[in-house]
Design a protein around this ligand. Structure first.
Ligand code: UDX
Length: 442
């Protein structure tokens, strides 16, 4: 398969669309399939359905070069593609288990296409799925719907992704590792050739079996989440220990190559569409196979508790919350995204409302999504100045660059206030009537 390979990516969400555009940038022709017609129309007009740095520019290039072909029609897409990636969502259910309905649906539809295909088609699962899903659900559905046999008549691969929101394009362009979990030799070598053509011979490719590939994704995200819960535990201890500073500690332990500095930034707790869902999904999976994953449960418990560490800092320094005006800076679960899924900011807002606060929120990108969710329960500030003016307490939740100049703004517009910095992002000290409190520092 050469650089002009045509592949199909099913699911034009954050992972599917980013992957599609980067594949086209590297020479592939990509059919981008989604059953949401409006989304497909927008992509065809070169508009990203969500905010992700660099993505708009890249979609424009992919569409104008004719290499990205957005469509709602799975049949026409799969007609010419020998590799089909499944990138549909695997959301979390209320009870923490993984909702696999989209995986079920797509694998049945793909099976019908494979029934008609004359070529050897390789189906690659990229969605994050509990171990065993690719073999027990995807393979079964493909075989039943196609009347063909996996490994003989068509191929099956599990290839997890590691891209982060906010830096998804850069992560897709330079993956630190490409995992190919292959059900059989032939499909493994087809997909290895595809990735080598795209990313060059030096690409770091790991070939393994399907279930190990599924486990890699869960282990990877759970380890990172555990690192965050660990450093948040250290931060909470520091808050009770005069003189101790979590960032100095993180720098020191991070200098130990056995630990590493990344993902040791203490904060309000991890959010987003992956870590909370994947840790819970992994816990649920473990209990289904008769194992009690104590460490994962602790990671999750520490994370759920962290919003109360922030609340404690507010109450200790502000007194009773009832009737106070609280400005929340940042509702996105991290900077450079408009995503508020599982955002700790939103959880904090609910707690503050419960305690009778008047909440005013600001976010450079996520305000629309916040408004859709919280409606008129809070007020929305279109500028940082509007957010902080006359607030009794300002809480920095997301470390957007826009907040770097907050100190200057405060000295002009907020003469008497409490600032709680959950990310230790602001370069400020308590002065006059400005009281500065940082999570992880006494
Ligand atoms: C994550 C994984 O990093 C990525 O590999 C996977 O494919 C999808 O899930 P993402 O959720 O986009 O990516 O963001 P990430 O940068 O990992 O941050 C997740 C959460 O952890 C955010 O709420 C962030 O603020 C928090 N975090 C991260 C910390 O609190 N401290 C850190 O040191 C790092």
């Amino acid at each position: 398969m050469g650089k002009t390979a045509s592949v199909t990516i099913v699911g034009m969400g954050f992972v599917g669309l980013t992957t599609a555009t980067v594949f086209t940038e590297r020479g592939a022709f990509v059919y981008g399939v989604d059953n949401d017609a409006e989304k497909i129309r927008n992509i065809a007009k070169a508009k990203a359905p969500f905010f992700e740095p660099e993505l708009d520019k890249l979609i424009k290039k992919s569409i104008s070069s004719g290499k990205l072909m957005p469509t709602t029609d799975l049949s026409s897409a799969t007609k010419t593609s020998s590799i089909v990636f499944i990138c549909v969502g695997t959301p979390m259910r209320e009870n923490g288990s993984v909702n696999l309905e989209f995986i079920e649906k797509v694998s049945k539809c793909l099976g019908k296409e494979i029934a008609r295909a004359r070529r050897y088609v390789v189906v690659c699962v990229k969605s994050t799925v509990p171990p065993g899903t690719t073999e027990n659900i995807v393979k079964k559905n493909l075989e039943t719907a196609s009347g063909k046999i996996a490994g003989k008549d068509f191929g099956l691969i599990m290839t997890p992704e590691f891209l982060r929101e906010g830096s998804a394009v850069a992560d897709s362009r330079n993956p630190h590792l490409i995992v190919i979990g292959a059900g059989d030799k032939k499909s493994g070598s087809i997909v290895r050739r595809f990735f080598s053509d795209l990313y060059g011979r030096k690409a770091n490719i790991l070939e393994t079996n399907i279930v190990t590939a599924e486990m890699i994704k869960y282990a990877n995200n759970s380890f990172l989440a555990t690192k965050i819960s660990f450093i948040n535990t250290v931060a909470n201890i520091c808050n009770r220990l005069p003189g101790a500073d979590v960032d100095v500690i993180a720098g020191a332990i991070g200098a130990d190559p056995r630990i590493g500095r990344l993902f040791l930034a203490a904060g309000p707790g991890y959010g987003g569409s992956c870590f909370p869902k994947d840790v819970m999904g992994f816990i649920d999976f473990c209990s289904n196979i008769g194992y009690d994953p104590l460490l994962l449960k602790a990671t999750d418990a520490v994370n759920r508790q962290q919003v109360f560490s922030v609340l404690k800092l507010i109450e200790e320094n502000l007194g009773p919350i009832e009737g106070k005006t609280v400005a929340i800076l940042g509702t996105a679960f991290k900077r450079n995204t408009d995503d508020i899924r599982e955002s700790v900011s939103i959880k904090l807002i609910h707690e503050l409302l419960e305690k009778g606060a008047r909440v005013r929120a600001h976010d450079p990108m996520a305000l629309e999504n916040t408004r859709k969710l919280l409606k008129d329960a809070i007020s929305y500030a279109s500028s940082v100045v509007d957010a902080v003016k006359d607030a009794d307490c300002i809480i920095l939740m997301t470390d957007w660059d826009d907040y770097k100049t907050l100190v200057r703004t405060l000295s002009k517009y907020a003469k008497r206030t409490l600032v709680i910095d959950t990310r230790r992002f602001l370069k400020m000290k308590s002065t006059g009537n400005l009281h500065y409190v940082a999570l992880g520092r006494p």
